[in-house]
Ligand binder design. Structure first.
Ligand SMILES: Nc1ncnc2c1ncn2[C@@H]1O[C@H](COP(=O)(O)OP(=O)(O)OP(=O)(O)O)[C@@H](O)[C@H]1O
Ligand SMILES: [Mg+2]
Length: 273
């Protein structure tokens, strides 16, 4: 059974057309699956519906039609307890790491917040006494930071003190806190310089191997998607136009639109990824 199964999903939004309200179709009849342990790359032009699809998988947007199953459970019909369990298993990482980080919190608070929120049911040994709990959270934060290549000197600092790449590392550390199975990576490196982005991409690759993570990796960049993905899905104006093994799809794209996307993005600079 795939970890994620999207079955004939549609999303429409009402929009004004003169005096009438019409429905604008943003995602149209999309079906796809993501196997545990793989990376599904999702590419398409701006406005093609990638983020909307990702948000439906995360359960943040409700499909107008169709179903999303995560670990076999329909997230629109899940009980509160099931939804809670599923939500812990999938974590988003968005494009703008700064917007995702609370500027008033320090890195210790940012990285451990998910643990505190879920501590009661997570069975996390973060201790009972105040002192003990603080020490346990601190060591957990140090462990998470180490996983993203940062050290404990970051703990007391705030988001604005870091570069974009480091902020994205902090974001990833936070996303890993609850040991999720699936990361929804929505253009995680688009806001970064190419070389900084390449470091983040390589970090993601290493983390995937170490923790057997499953990725949905959304990007405009065909070379990046090809570098990271097992399979690639191509979206055009809300529709899935082509899906295939990454290597085969890039070597012999079947759709004109896919060929355009491949032609539109230059190769990664040597050594960048
Ligand atoms: N809440 C909403 N209400 C109305 N329209 C929306 C809403 N969210 C998204 N849209 C529209 O849906 C379309 C697809 O948007 P979406 O953000 O999913 O595209 P995308 O592929 O992620 O684009 P980008 O590459 O720029 O991030 C756009 O036309 C957008 O304006
Ligand atoms: Mg988007």
């Amino acid at each position: 059974m795939p970890l994620v199964e999207v079955n004939s999903v549609w999303k429409t939004y009402p929009c004004r057309a003169g005096l009438r309200t019409e429905q604008q179709t943003v995602v149209e009849d999309v079906s796809l699956f993501i196997e545990a342990g793989e990376t599904l790359g999702l590419v398409g032009e701006s406005g093609s519906g990638k983020t909307t699809l990702a948000r439906m998988i995360l359960g943040l947007v409700k499909p107008s039609r169709g179903t999303v199953l995560v670990d076999g459970i329909d997230i629109a019909r899940a009980s509160a307890a099931e939804l809670h369990r599923i939500r812990r298993q999938m974590q988003p990482v968005f494009q703008d790491p700064y917007a995702a980080l609370n500027p008033r919190m320090n890195v210790l608070e940012i990285v451990t917040e998910p643990l505190i929120i879920h501590s009661r049911d997570a069975g996390l040994a973060i201790g009972t006494g105040f002192r003990h709990r603080r020490a346990a959270l601190r060591s957990k934060a140090v462990e998470l930071l180490a996983e993203v290549g940062m050290d404990e000197s970051a703990l007391a600092r705030h988001p604005h003190e870091f570069s974009g790449g480091q902020r994205q590392r902090i974001n990833i550390a936070r996303a890993l806190a609850l040991r999720p199975r699936l990361l929804i990576l929505d253009e995680p490196v688009s806001a970064l310089d190419v070389s900084v982005g390449a470091q983040i991409v390589n970090l993601l690759r290493g983390l995937q191997r170490e923790y057997a993570l499953t990725y949905l990796f959304i990007s405009h960049s065909m070379p990046l998607v090809r570098y990271l993905s097992t399979r690639i899905a191509v979206m055009e104006r809300g529709r899935l136009v082509e899906t295939g093994e990454a290597v085969a799809l890039c070597a012999s794209p079947q759709e004109g639109y896919t060929r355009q996307l491949i032609a539109a993005t230059p190769e990664l600079p040597a050594g960048a990824a």
